[in-house]
Design a protein around this ligand. Structure first.
Ligand code: TRP
Length: 343
């Protein structure tokens, strides 16, 4: 019996932030630590998605390698044989399957996708790739018969479309695909990622794309400077510590940061601090944790070379291409492109 597959897309960005580390990277590291015995984990880099509507072609390749080093520095074991780490563009079956799926997905379905509507609104030069994005995403998932796909709420519609096309093709051709679990069933693996807020403007997400240097901690920041940013973070005048993003977003953000770094449920952290009125102690604790985390992260990163990342990728890509090609052949056979699996 094949193990159930958990599949996740690891986007490569320049200048990753503490928000990325706590919201996406550490959750994946912990997913691997906790589940790689009983599940196959596919952590792939959707670089073909990254070239949609960007002008950032020059350093895409290097960013992808840096992303792999970053994950490794955060604790992802690149050599774990139950975790496949690969670039989408190095597994051509993704694009081939995307085309086949294109022939079973309706124009109306893709037109209704919120992400497409938002990105194409008020623009008179919409790239076909933006429209077609969910078909490639469905291919990423269905090619490996993934059951679990931990993604944010913004990707929910795409996941549902993936289920729809899988069910549609299964009805027509017999069981070709494992249908990914419903959104509700996904929650088992989907609730780990915290959304870390700006330290200066805690009503908004921490993001390098807004001009907010004192609210944003980059993973490349000096750990002492990062500490200062936490100590200087915006709080409120309520005078007690509560986990309440409406009235105390800054305090709630600090509690969240502590919870993720210590890998403790938020309720435990909240009950530890309840009744405490000094914000400065809370800030001190968060600042210590962030400083240590960054110090350790940066020293690990320095010990992992581009070559280490590249060698790991190439080994995984060699294996995963076999898995992907076998599945593609089966699909091609079912839809009549090949006479048999041996053909
Ligand atoms: N669309 C995802 C995002 O924006 C990235 C992605 C591409 C992905 N293909 C995927 C995620 C397949 C999960 C599964 O975050």
């Amino acid at each position: 019996m094949q193990k159930p597959v958990i599949l996740t897309g690891v986007r490569s960005n320049a200048d990753l932030t503490l928000g990325n580390l706590l919201g996406a990277i550490l959750p994946l590291v912990r997913l691997q630590q906790k589940y790689s015995q009983n599940y196959q984990i596919n952590a792939f880099l959707p670089d073909l998605h990254s070239i949609i509507g960007t002008n950032d072609f020059n350093d895409l390749y290097e960013r992808t390698i840096l992303t792999v080093r970053t994950y490794a520095a955060a604790g992802l074991d690149l050599k774990n044989t139950n975790t496949s780490i690969y670039r989408q563009s190095y597994v051509p079956a993704h694009s081939e399957l995307a085309w086949i799926l294109d022939c079973f997905i309706y124009y109306g379905e893709l037109s209704r996708m919120t992400q497409f509507k938002e990105k194409s609104e008020n623009s008179d030069s919409v790239i076909v790739g933006i429209f077609n994005y969910p078909a490639l995403m469905a291919a990423d998932i269905l090619l490996y018969d993934a059951s679990y796909v931990p993604v944010g709420e913004d990707q929910r519609q795409h996941l549902e479309l993936t289920r729809d096309v899988a069910i549609r093709m299964n009805n027509q051709f017999g069981d070709i695909f494992t249908v990914p679990k419903t959104w509700a069933e996904q929650m088992q693996f989907n609730n780990a990622g915290a959304r870390i807020r700006s330290l200066k403007h805690p009503e908004q997400k921490m993001s390098k794309s807004i001009q907010d240097p004192s609210g944003t901690i980059l993973l490349s920041d000096n750990p002492k400077d990062a500490r200062e940013k936490v100590l200087a973070s915006t709080t409120d005048s309520v005078g007690s510590i509560n986990y309440d993003y409406i009235n105390q977003p800054g305090i709630s953000n600090l509690l969240q940061i502590i919870s993720v770094i210590e890998n403790k449920p938020i309720d435990d952290v909240v009950s530890k601090w309840r009744g405490e009125s000094s914000y400065s102690k809370l800030k001190q604790e968060a600042a210590d944790l962030v400083e240590d985390l960054l110090t350790n992260f940066q020293s690990s990163l320095a010990g992992i070379t581009d070559q280490d990342a590249l060698s790991a990728l190439m080994a995984h890509e060699q294996n995963i291409n076999q898995v992907a090609n076998a599945k593609l052949k089966l699909i091609q056979t079912k839809v009549g492109l090949r006479a048999s699996l041996n053909d």
